[in-house]
Design a protein around this ligand. Structure first.
Ligand SMILES: [Zn+2]
Length: 157
């Protein structure tokens, strides 16, 4: 876990029993697996294709999506591990993002973001990944007022 929070734990035996008996739990597990695979694909491609600046902005947006508020509980050291780059590289990128006013760092070293500016600094991977994940988590046939036929193909990008 990168960000502190609350989590629940279940024994493998009880989880397997719940998975075996509940279609709703199976659907959630498959959706979660699909989301993870999508994230792995996009992050892998992003790491190979895009600048550290754009990747850092993307990661900050992902973190922002999972917390309340605009101050991200993440340090530059943690970001360097996340990005697989030296801490000095993160410091340089943070400086650039600070100059563009996409982020501010507070006295504790935490990062406060300006979301619209940060979105402008991120690569397209962030929005593409979000669209793809939305289709996994909420496919058209499950959305209210959907006119999609059951089993309709999810459109590809
Ligand atoms: Zn990217």
């Amino acid at each position: 876990m990168l960000v502190a929070g609350t989590s629940l734990q279940i024994s493998p035996v009880r989880f397997h029993a719940a998975f075996s008996h509940s279609g709703a739990i199976r659907d959630l597990v498959w959706a979660h697996t699909g989301v993870l695979m999508t994230q792995f694909q996009y992050v892998g491609a992003c790491n190979a294709l895009h600048s550290v600046d754009a990747r850092l902005a993307r990661w900050l947006l992902h973190i922002h999506d999972r917390i309340h508020g605009d101050t991200l509980p993440v340090t530059q050291e943690e970001l360097s591990i996340l990005l697989g780059v030296r801490r000095t590289t993160v410091t340089q990128v943070v400086h650039k993002l600070r100059m563009s006013r996409a982020i501010r760092s507070n006295r504790r070293g935490l990062i406060e973001i300006d979301r619209p500016r940060l979105e402008a600094a991120a690569c397209d991977c962030y929005k593409a990944m979000c669209r793809r994940i939305d289709r996994i988590v909420s496919p058209p046939e499950r959305r209210p007022h959907s006119h999609a036929a059951p089993g309709a193909q999810i459109p590809r990008e």
